[in-house]
Design a protein around this ligand. Structure first.
Ligand code: PEP
Ligand code: MG
Length: 542
């Protein structure tokens, strides 16, 4: 590769590279600024209805042309769009004087705020906001189509792409680069599922112009201007050295379906059962018996091994309707996770009782942990409550920087800790985990995160506490080697990544993993940490 080639860093999606001409997508025409209506509320309501119906039909058409993952997303979005509660919100906005387009955008914003904080829905927030733009666009006669070429081969470059955008991708789209977006953005999900090489969160791409030749090199987390495929970074191949992974690989679940899927993977148990998903849709608190029944069914379906159940991770930012949480200005920093104990001790107590009952019925090895613990006192309060109610192992999540130094005092009080790297990154870097322009700080190769992880693993080992990692970072096979090298005892990945993570952890021994994590700790940037770790890994080959 000529040294003149300009390298643009980002976050890679996929293992194949592609070289093709840039097709630059212009930013969508801005919507008119928020405005008031002239007084005819009925007419504004009719405009909202008809724009919602028009966008619904567009979604149906796009869905019909799409493959399964995208079609399912469209079906879910259409349901949200047609939700009467959303329309009512828009009517409230019209009552306050806003014209139809602004009213709908505001209504969607209120809705999106309610969903912020719940992982399953959070990833969809940008998509839901896009619905608002589309309805408002329709009200004002603005087209949000992409006009992509049908023939040839192009690398699509744009700010970020919504589901409606990605559904318009033609076969001519062979690569995608986005300026914004993060590892869990819609573009990343769709490109992964459609095997389109992509690099997201690539700031430097803002200067790319249509017609330029670029190499999209996801394994190298970069786009190289003017380079061809011969410069692509080789994907790592993990050659098994042993029959068992270096540390136990568990699966993350949130529902009965997930438990069933996880059981078909090679996971040894469940490292994170996100229980709040069971409560998001109920308007009334489920009875103790209902909770016992659902936990019993789910525990029985989980893959063999320990099952780590997390108590409800809700707050004003997560819409658990029966808890009646007040609206908060800054929900990520508000009353969420274990902080609910003040107002909702009864609910958390009942949940722990239900989990204990299901544990006793199924005979499974159940561990319970609380989310968002920020102080020694909270950790001890949870441990005492849980131990008074059941015979499970008891632990906490490490998601706030403030709890790290307390780990050394928690020996004998806790059986385990599990690191939620999604939230830990959010709080370490003061960066909203779903902010489309801050994806680079959510990169788990950030040295600041790796060094915090090293402290957590060391302090846990010194305190005699089992340590695991259950955030997204543990689903990255190469990073799972870093985690094992730092001293973590288990990792928990999305069911679809369990196989890859296991292969990675079967390809190295403990000393090698320690060398890899040492290399990663030497980086001054996420890119450098990753490349130092991968170089070290490659040095073991052959
Ligand atoms: C995390 O924060 O990394 C985590 C696993 O919890 P959640 O993603 O559910 O907030
Ligand atoms: Mg979390």
């Amino acid at each position: 590769m000529s040294s003149n080639h300009k390298v643009l860093s980002g976050l890679g999606v996929g293992l194949e590279a592609v070289a093709a001409e840039v097709f630059r997508v212009a930013p969508a025409k801005p919507l008119p600024i928020p405005a008031n209506h002239t007084g005819d509320k009925e007419a504004e309501m009719r405009k909202v209805r008809s724009a919602v119906d028009a966008v619904s039909s567009q979604l149906q058409e796009l869905g019909a042309k799409s493959e399964e993952t995208t079609r399912e997303i469209f079906e879910a979005l259409e349901m949200i769009l047609q939700d009467e509660a959303l329309f009512e919100q828009a009517v409230e906005q019209i009552d306050q004087g806003f014209e139809a387009g602004t009213a709908f955008v505001n209504a969607v914003e209120t809705f999106a705020e309610l969903l912020a904080g719940d992982e399953t829905f959070e990833e969809r927030i940008a998509d839901i906001r896009d619905l608002g733009r589309r309805v408002a666009g329709h009200v004002h006669g603005i087209s949000l189509g992409l006009d992509l070429p049908n023939t040839g081969s192009y690398v699509l470059v744009g700010e970020d792409f919504s589901p409606a955008d990605t559904a318009q991708f033609t076969d001519a789209v062979v690569g995608v680069v986005t300026i914004a977006g993060g590892p869990t953005s819609h573009t990343a999900i769709i490109c992964r599922s459609r095997s389109i090489p992509a690099v997201v969160s690539c700031q430097g791409a803002k200067d790319l112009l249509s017609g330029q030749l670029v190499l999209v090199d996801p394994v190298g987390d970069r786009v190289v201007v003017g380079a061809d495929l011969s410069s692509a970074t080789r994907a790592l191949s993990f050659v098994s050295k042993s029959q068992e992974p270096l540390v136990s690989v568990r699966a993350n679940i949130g529902s009965l379906e997930d438990a069933v899927t996880a059981a078909t993977s090679a996971a040894k148990g469940v490292g994170l059962f996100r229980t709040e998903l069971l409560y998001l849709s109920s308007k009334q608190k489920p009875s103790l018996q209902q909770q016992i029944d659902s936990y019993t069914e789910i525990l029985a379906a989980c893959p063999e091994g320990p099952i780590v159940v997390r108590t409800i991770d809700a707050g004003s930012d997560k819409p658990v309707p029966f808890l009646n949480m007040p609206h908060e200005e800054n929900p990520a920093l508000g009353v969420r996770g274990f902080r609910l104990i003040k107002e909702h001790r009864d609910f958390i107590t009942e949940q722990l009782k239900a989990i204990e009952s299901a544990r006793a019925k199924t005979g499974r090895d159940v561990w319970v942990m609380a989310p968002m613990i920020a102080s020694y006192q909270e950790a001890v309060e949870f441990a005492e409550l849980a131990r008074s109610l059941g015979e499970y192992k008891v632990g906490i999540m490490i998601e706030t920087p403030g709890i790290i130094s307390a780990i050394k005092h928690l020996g004998g009080k806790l059986d385990f800790v599990s690191v939620g790297t999604n939230d830990l990154s959010q709080y370490l870097f003061a960066a909203d985990r779903m902010h489309s322009q801050l994806g680079a700080l959510m990169n788990h190769w950030q040295p600041g995160l790796i060094s915090a992880l090293a402290d957590i693993a060391n302090l846990s080992a010194m305190a005699g506490i089992h340590s695991g990692v259950c955030g997204e970072s543990a689903s990255d096979p190469a990073f799972s080697i870093v985690l094992a090298g730092l001293g973590f005892n288990s990792v928990s990945a999305s069911p679809s990544q369990v196989g890859q993570v296991r292969s990675a952890l079967m390809s190295v021994d403990k000393d090698q993993a320690m060398l890899v994590s040492k290399a990663a700790l030497e980086g001054l940037s996420a890119e450098q940490s990753k490349s130092l770790a991968l170089e070290k890994l490659a040095s073991f080959e052959g």
